[in-house]
Design a protein around this ligand. Structure first.
Ligand code: ADP
Length: 470
């Protein structure tokens, strides 16, 4: 059950709310109770002082006949729930709520008051106390000796706390009943709130469950792209988009690769079938084998390139960085390309950089230079020129391979770095190209945090510029 975030949130909410509500109710109850008791005591004290005043006036009016003054004062202040008594020393003069003075001892308030008379006389200030009357519940009592008379009179006022206790009991009952009710309401509200807040997640889960490789173009619903859940959906959607694009790339790559492999394989098969269909002269076999050899070479070059790119995609080809002289590396590449260039009567120049110590993956960078050089030579007609330049600029090392060959049309320029893309398929094939040379150049440049760009004009030539952080 606690596997549901909704329930866990609700439970936590109810617990926190319950604790807060409990503390609040207890404090409020304590405050109300104290206030009620203070008021109760204040009223009793006030009553004692009033009776004392009345008694004082009655004494004057009645020529200090205490019995009369006592009776008058008590009668005048008479209130149904108040027990009033006036003592002189520890003798009761008069009290209300009694048949006669003798029977007063049976009143618990009067009996209890006797214990406080001496204290009251000593203090001349109202003394408050609680007495537990048998069968009468709790009483609150004030004993007050005002002084100023010829003898010490003590005014005693007492009142049963039953009403107050009843009030407090009702209050407690209200709190005790409302607390669970409020918790129940809070729990229900918390549950609904959690359900509403988490609804987008349920929606996302349901939608994500429906998404598979076949409908990877579908996206998770976004209710509000600025809130946390909206941002989560946005991030997941971006992830889906990346997965979709890489899956598309893989599909495309597989489709293109099979397509590319089909032609040389068809040629090999065709040549072999024809050669084997009847007996032939040795020269004919030789010619057939030469064609098969060419195609096989093309095939292995292509497979090797595909493998390099597949490894790069899988992140398996890590850079093996070491320091080397870039000039030397290019020098070597130019040197090996020279034979090819001279076959076509191409001039091939290299303009080195002053300082070309570089840290990078030498094997990969060599492959990058070879690919660019191969292309320049392939796509430049006889008698043309190819030049390579290396230089430093603003903390970067730059390499430019320029030719004055057939160039690349503007609409193709953006696509030459795509896998298997060729401007002129027949020509590229004839030159032994597979359309993977430039994608490999791009990957190697980017693996070194660099970039490759192209400046080209049809019929005037092309310039590939690689820029790497030095
Ligand atoms: P390929 O194996 O076909 O040469 P690349 O990926 O190396 O494949 O190049 C992609 C395409 O870009 C080539 O087929 C060619 O049409 C064009 N291209 C590349 N380099 C040059 C260049 N120096 N001059 C003209 N076209 C070029």
């Amino acid at each position: 059950m606690l596997n549901s975030v909704r329930l866990r949130l609700t439970l936590l909410y109810v617990l926190i709310f319950g604790a807060l509500l409990g503390v609040f109710s207890l404090s409020l109850y304590a405050l109300i109770r104290k206030d009620a008791h203070d008021r109760f005591d204040a009223a009793l004290t006030k009553a004692a002082r009033t009776v004392a005043n009345l008694f004082h006036h009655e004494m004057i009016e009645n020529g200090h006949v205490e019995i009369v003054a006592t009776a008058h004062a008590i009668r005048e202040y008479q209130q149904p729930n108040l027990f009033l008594a006036i003592f002189r020393d520890d003798r009761l003069l008069d009290a209300n709520h009694i048949q006669n003075v003798e029977s007063v001892d049976r009143h618990p308030a009067a009996t209890a008051a006797k214990d406080f008379l001496a204290q009251a006389v000593a203090r001349h200030d109202p003394i408050l106390t609680t007495i537990a009357g048998i069968g009468l519940g709790e009483w609150r009592l004030v004993a007050y000796a005002p002084g100023g008379e010829s003898a010490e009179y003590v005014i005693v006022v007492a009142e049963s706390g039953r009403d107050l206790m009843d009030q407090m009991r009702s209050l407690r009952r209200i709190f005790l009943l409302s607390l669970p009710a409020m918790l129940l309401i809070a729990g229900a509200a918390g549950y609904l709130l959690a359900r509403k807040s988490l609804a987008p997640i349920s929606e996302m889960t349901a939608q994500a469950e429906r998404i598979s490789a076949e409908n990877l173009h579908e996206r998770l619903p976004i209710n509000n792209k600025n809130d946390e859940l909206g941002r989560l959906a946005l991030v997941l959607n971006e992830l889906l988009a990346r997965i979709e694009s890489s899956l598309d790339g893989m599909r495309q790559f597989t489709a293109d690769a099979s397509h590319e492999l089909r032609t040389p394989l068809a040629i090999i098969r065709g040549e072999a079938d024809v050669a084997l269909s009847q007996d032939r002269e040795p020269d004919e076999y030789r010619e057939t084998l030469a064609i098969i050899q060419d195609e096989a070479r093309l095939l292995s070059g292509m497979v090797e390139d595909m493998l390099a790119l597949a490894r790069a995609d899988a992140g398996k080809r890590r850079l093996r960085k070491e320091e080397f002289y870039f000039n030397d590396l290019i020098e070597e590449c130019v040197h090996s390309a020279r034979a090819l260039a001279s076959n076509k009567n191409l001039s091939l120049n290299f303009e080195p950089s002053d300082d070309a110590v570089f840290r990078g993956d030498e094997d990969l960078l060599r492959r990058m230079v070879v690919n660019l050089l191969d292309n320049a030579i392939k796509y430049t007609p006889d008698g043309g020129s190819v030049s390579v330049k290396l230089w430093r600029e603003e903390g970067r090392i730059k390499l430019r391979v320029t030719d004055n060959g057939i160039g690349i049309p503007a609409e193709a320029a953006a696509r030459v770095f795509e896998r298997f893309y060729r401007v002129d398929k027949a020509r590229s094939r004839a030159e032994g190209g597979s359309g993977l040379g430039l994608p490999i150049v791009k990957w190697i440049a980017e693996a070194h945090q660099g970039s490759v760009s192209l400046e080209s004009a049809p019929e005037r030539g092309s310039s590939f510029i690689v820029s790497l952080p030095a």
